[in-house]
Write a protein of this length. Structure first.
Length: 429
């Protein structure tokens, strides 16, 4: 059963237009008007294919094939539709469009009577995967997995101080796209009690995604089958020193928060870089400084640190070493250092059954592929602890992602999506 490659690529190019930063990558945060436009586009396609649409309180969407029969095991495929600030055009939405393409192809073939599934097929769109609003990745899928609940509705806050609960309640203010009959959002009370999935009803979860790293491109491969997904810990540091005049304060009498942060950061970087496996990564991706003026010594620096690896012991070990490094640098320089564990996810081993079956299928189809780690986290992580979960990667040109330059050859986008189709077909039998 062949997917329609022009339809797949057409959908991707249309959705690329839903950005608040045209010409500077794709910026589409969950719970914003641009998110509503992308949802309307996808929901209209589901409507046209005679599918059902269900939306939960977190605004995760499930699209059920028109031919689904109540009570049968469900094969799920999908990914997220949100992006980072000035991100790429493929991260997340490629997996959504791939799963949608499978849905449209199945609808046609079942309509023609050329395929009779034994299981149900659903497309799943996860909300707020990137953490762009609230700093915590996989938020929609954490609620689906029951890891987040009532408490996080109030503890997760966006940059303006609004809680997740307030943002969800404010969705009523986002206008509906006029041409869409089905709802774009669930606008009832913010009641998350019904959000967790009933995993007993789900047979398989499949996520198609771009690699976001350099491995496949460097090795000239056209596809990856993921067996391990890195876990991570996110820690926030606040360094408090002494603001003072930039000209009148002697160098020996300063407690400069930015210089302390710089020393600690570079020390942590060199410790992690010297890891014998060259696999653990540490990133200081967000930093704010007060008062942030050229003629005032920085008094306060607030920054985030992420430590990621596929081995939990390494994540914990390096996180502790980095925390100790910040503490000792601050002590030597006479600053206070406060530390807050923001969020975390454990490393995930994906379904051995699916990795084995996908490997045999890729060999049979003579695809240039490898079985590999994912350094990025994905919504699939949250489901993998409960149901057989598999991931398929398409290569990222020059390994670039989360930046406007993110790209993949069209031939690779099509062939990995076709591999998703073939895998779904096997699961539906
Ligand atoms: C998600 O993109 C992540 O790995 O941070
Ligand atoms: Mn992603
Ligand atoms: Mn991402």
């Amino acid at each position: 059963m062949k997917i329609n490659e022009q339809r797949l690529l057409g959908n991707l190019h249309e959705l690329r237009k839903f950005t608040t930063t045209p010409g500077e990558g794709v910026t589409r945060f969950s719970y914003t008007p641009m998110d509503a436009k992308a949802r309307a586009y996808i929901i209209k396609r589901a409507e046209a294919a005679g599918c059902s649409v269900a939306i939960d309180a977190l605004q995760n969407i499930r699209i059920g094939l028109g031919a689904n029969v109540p009570g049968r095991p469900i094969v799920l495929a999908g990914s997220h539709i949100d992006t980072v600030q000035n991100g790429g055009w493929l991260d997340g939405i490629y997996g959504v469009c791939g799963a949608l393409e499978v849905m449209e192809t199945l609808t046609e073939e079942i309509g023609r009577g050329t395929f009779v599934p034994s299981c149900n097929y659903e497309v799943i769109l996860f909300a707020e995967e990137e953490g762009s609003n609230f700093g915590s990745t996989m938020t929609g899928s954490k609620f689906l997995a029951g890891k987040y609940g009532e408490a996080e509705l109030d503890s997760l806050k966006d940059g303006a101080g609004n809680t997740l609960r307030q943002r969800l309640a404010a969705l009523a203010d986002i206008p509906d796209a006029p041409e869409c009959a089905l709802p774009l959002y669930n606008r009832g009370d913010v009641d998350v009690s019904e959000v967790p999935l009933d995993f007993g009803t789900i047979k398989t979860m499949l996520e198609l995604h771009i690699e976001q790293g350099p491995v496949l491109d460097r090795e000239g491969l056209s596809m990856g089958i993921v067996d391990n997904i890195f876990g991570m810990r996110v820690v926030e540091f606040t360094l408090s020193g002494l603001g003072n005049h930039a000209g009148a304060s002697p160098m020996s009498e300063r407690a400069d928060a930015l210089c302390a942060a710089a020393e600690a950061i570079t020390e942590c970087e060199s410790i992690v870089r010297s890891d014998e496996d060259h696999r653990t990564v540490v990133t200081f991706g967000h930093i704010e400084m007060l008062p942030n003026q050229s003629n005032v010594i920085p008094e306060t620096v607030h920054l985030t640190m992420e430590v990621r690896d596929r081995d939990k012991a390494k994540i914990d070990g390096y996180t502790q070493i980095c925390i100790d490094t910040f503490r000792s640098v601050c002590e030597e320089r006479g600053l206070e250092c406060s530390i807050h564990e923001h969020s975390s996810s454990v490393p995930i081993v994906l379904s051995r059954r699916l990795v084995g079956e996908m490997t045999r299928r890729a060999e049979d189809h003579q695809i240039n592929f490898k079985v590999m780690d994912s350094g990025a986290v994905h919504d699939a992580c949250m489901l993998a602890e409960h149901v057989d979960t598999g991931m398929i990667f398409a290569p990222s040109i020059n390994g670039r992602s989360h930046v406007p330059e993110e790209d993949t050859d069209e031939a690779d986008l099509v062939s990995a999506a076709q591999f998703l189709m073939d895998t779904v077909l096997e699961e539906l039998k």
